[in-house]
Design a protein. Structure first.
Length: 103
């Protein structure tokens, strides 16, 4: 009884699931927001304001991309490195955090 409803709901939400997969079988590129949520929000908070005062807020962060990129590559002493994020992903995250309103 529930299965037909689930199938109908999935069809409404994504009527052509294959359309969301690239020609080479890869998923579409992630947004800066989704990359931020997966890699940064756990420490820096959903909107750039961490709950732990020892973690830097990202709201109104004045740095440029070179500094941001360096931080993700070598990190400050307490921040982990993110070598798995390529330059495109880093740029997307940077552009996303630049949208956070200042404190």
């Amino acid at each position: 009884m529930i299965l037909p409803l689930l199938i109908a709901a999935c069809t409404i939400l994504d009527p052509n699931p294959e359309a969301t997969i690239g020609r080479d079988g890869d998923a579409p590129p992630e947004s800066g927001e989704s990359l931020y949520l997966r890699n940064c929000a756990g420490c820096h908070g959903l909107g750039g304001t961490p709950s732990d005062t020892s973690v830097k807020t990202l709201r109104g962060w004045p740095g440029d991309f070179a500094k941001f990129d360096s931080t993700l590559t070598i990190g400050p002493s307490t921040m982990p490195e993110f070598p798995e994020l390529d330059s495109s992903a880093r740029r997307k995250i940077f552009d996303h955090i630049r949208k956070f309103p200042p404190l």
